[in-house]
Write a protein of this length. Structure first.
Length: 696
């Protein structure tokens, strides 16, 4: 009885095992799928997080380097401007008069009025300076653009500028002081330079205070970094690290701050890492010490915002994995429950094969004789299909080889033309760069000496006027000589003559600079450049065509420049694109305005240039003219090699073809043309701001 009972249980268990096999297989598959999805999601999140952090470090490092360069340039510009102002003869002479205790009251009042008026005009013109002032030996404010401070002692942070600005120290040392009654809750950055007597003795200090609003704008400029990136400057004042610019975390200028990045950078070290910023927010940060300025630059991005794409990617993978696993489990369950009729399947397949469909196969559902019959039938169908495919493949192979030969011939012709054109442009660039260099040397010599000539002339005129004041009745010979040379006209016209000579030399220097920018001989590699500078250089070179001739009136260029960031590109090749498109636009307008043209119009020739930032990583340049335009059949072939509508000797048909390849292949952008006959043409150039590196 016991044995029979056990056998009955085994039979029941075997029957249950067979009946629920489909359920078990589906359960095993679902479990395996969930484990795989979980592992995939975790690994994906980890790798994505590491990749995003590395990308963030690279992005922040580049941003920090660019901001450091711009900050240094800004400080250097302000120092240079301040020194040029402080060393002006009128500032030096009037300051010495004010600081000389032997100066009479009338002379002191005259010198004070002249110096105050001059300093006021400088402060009004230079928004970067909040105050320009003169200090005596005891740091007593003698003259200032802030009249309320005159007569007071400058006691900012107990600094004694007269003692701090010593011989051997930097020409314009930078002082960082805390706020005073006139600069509440703000950090003060001061430039100072000593004032010497003719004997070389220091008698005072000329100083200025900077407007830090522009510095905050430079640091906080986001460009393509996004709103989540925070950049700010920190300086040390009275042994305390203080903010020099505003931040996204609502930090104010003059606020005391501390973090790992700030403390490390203020000790003179550069680096990057994951840490908490001064507001106790976890960030990805890059910090650099600007030791030459006594400042530190920090560029930071919140970790939660940087990792958010990785979290979203992992969630999407998990969700899609769960949905896929569920669908596949249901499919597997349905497939396992399916009862096939193999003989009917084979018969149905044979009917389709007989109708000519050789892609059909009989399903092999069993491993018995029926399964063997299905395999043999499928083998026969496969042999028939291979025989048919071989004949079709042979025919297609012949057609493909003929097409490949034709394509290779076209590519060879295009490559040869590009090599010839590239060599011509390289030779032209070398010639232009050489000529620009040779012209630049004598022009710099003339420009450099014009200022001295102007100063000497001013001194001589001043001396002559003093002679006229003290000797109002000169000798007859002197008066005769003055009348013969028309002295009054000479005194009035000589400064104007020198000014016009200076304008002429500046114009020559602008032309030379445009030639050098266009040639770009030192920029064969991809670099970050200003697109507007390349367009302006090209227009400068084409200036002779814009002025017009006796046959064609002048052509007006209207520039509508947007706020573009610096673009990573091959500058010389991109200038070649601008040259080709602008030259074609000029040809179209000149052909329309030619006396023999049949399509004359009263509308003056115009070229419109638009630039804009399309999205986070793309800029767009549109060049439109109101020339003859072109029909659709010409526009479709515009970028084909050797296609041209110009007469023999005026065009090769390579300029726009090479321009198209430079934009699309070299820069990964796009070049399009929109045109209507009689209404001009518009070329649209779109290139990425930063090139995406190619991975093998």
């Amino acid at each position: 009885m016991v044995t029979v009972h056990k056998a009955s249980k085994r039979a029941i268990f075997a029957k249950w095992w067979q009946q629920h096999l489909t359920t078990r297989l589906s359960g095993y598959f679902l479990l395996l799928s969930l484990v795989s999805v979980g592992i995939t999601g975790g690994v994906t999140f980890n790798r994505a997080q590491v990749s995003l952090q590395k990308s963030a470090f690279d992005q922040l490092s580049v941003a920090a380097t660019l901001k450091e360069t711009e900050i240094n340039r800004w400080f250097e510009d302000q120092q240079r401007i301040f020194l040029s102002i402080a060393h002006l003869p009128v500032v030096q002479s009037q300051s010495r008069i004010l600081l000389d205790p032997k100066t009479s009251r009338d002379d002191r009042a005259t010198a004070y009025a002249l110096l105050s008026k001059y300093l006021m005009s400088i402060a009004a013109d230079r928004g970067s300076f909040t105050e320009v002032f003169l200090l005596d030996r005891s740091d007593h404010v003698v003259a200032s653009t802030d009249p309320t401070r005159e007569g007071q002692y400058d006691t900012s942070a107990d600094l004694t500028y007269f003692e701090e600005v010593k011989p051997g120290a930097p020409t314009t040392p930078i002082f960082y002081t805390s706020s005073d009654s006139h600069h509440s809750n703000k950090l003060i950055v001061t430039f100072a330079t000593p004032l010497h007597e003719a004997t070389g003795e220091r008698i005072g200090v000329i100083a200025t205070r900077l407007n830090l609003d522009r510095l905050s704008q430079i640091v906080q400029a986001q460009a393509s970094l996004g709103q989540a990136v925070d950049a700010y400057l920190v300086g040390n004042v009275e042994s305390t690290n203080m903010l020099v610019s505003n931040t996204l975390s609502n930090g104010l200028i003059g606020q005391a701050v501390s973090s790992i990045g700030i403390d490390t950078a203020m000790r003179g070290s550069n680096g990057s890492g994951l840490y908490q910023n001064y507001a106790q927010i976890p960030v990805i940060g890059v910090y650099q010490s600007l030791s030459n300025l006594g400042l530190s630059l920090l560029v930071e991005k919140r970790q939660d915002l940087a990792n958010r794409p990785a979290e979203q990617l992992a969630q999407q993978i998990m969700l899609l994995g769960l949905i896929s696993a569920g669908v596949l489990s249901l499919g597997l369950y349905g497939l396992a429950r399916r009862i096939a009729h193999p003989i009917l399947k084979i018969a149905h397949t044979a009917t389709q094969v007989a109708a000519g469909d050789l892609n059909q196969k009989a399903p092999v559902l069993t491993e018995d004789e029926v399964g063997l019959l299905a395999r043999n039938f499928n083998g026969m169908v496969e042999q028939l299909k291979r025989s048919r495919d071989k004949s079709e493949l042979y025919s297609k192979s012949l057609e493909q080889k003929a097409q490949e030969l034709e394509t290779a011939l076209q590519e060879l012709s295009s490559t040869q033309a590009q090599l010839v054109q590239s060599e011509k442009m390289s030779s032209l660039g070398q010639l232009v760069a050489g000529v620009a260099h040779e012209i630049n040397n004598p022009v710099n010599f003339i420009a450099g000496n014009l200022n001295h000539a102007k100063n000497y002339t001013h001194d001589l005129i001043h001396l002559l006027q003093l002679y006229q004041q003290h000797c109002p009745q000169p000798d007859a010979d002197v008066q005769t000589a003055a009348e013969s040379i028309d002295l009054d006209f000479l005194l009035e016209d000589l400064p104007k003559l020198l000014a016009s000579m200076k304008v002429g030399t500046e114009r020559i220097r602008e032309i030379v600079l445009s030639l050098r920018n266009f040639s770009r001989m030192d920029e064969a590699e991809m670099k970050v450049v200003d697109i507007h500078e390349g367009i302006d250089s090209t227009l400068m070179i084409l200036q002779h065509r814009l002025k017009g001739t006796y046959e064609c009136p002048p052509i007006e260029v209207m520039k509508h420049y947007g706020d573009l960031p610096l673009v990573e590109c091959y500058a010389g090749q991109l200038n070649q694109v601008f040259m080709n498109i602008l030259s074609n636009a000029l040809d179209a307008i000149e052909e329309r305005d030619h006396p023999r043209s049949l399509q004359k119009t009263q509308q003056p020739g115009q070229i419109q240039i638009y630039t804009e930032q399309k999205d986070a990583n793309e800029v767009r340049i549109r060049i439109a003219d109101n020339g003859l335009g072109m029909p659709e059949r010409v526009r479709r072939r515009l970028f084909d090699p050797f296609f041209t509508t110009k007469t023999v000797g005026k065009g090769t048909g390579l300029g726009l073809s090479i321009s198209y390849q430079i934009v699309t292949e070299k820069h990964g952008g796009s070049l399009q043309c929109v045109s209507t006959p009689g209404q001009g043409a518009e070329f649209i150039i779109a290139i990425p701001i930063q090139q995406i590196p190619m991975h093998c």
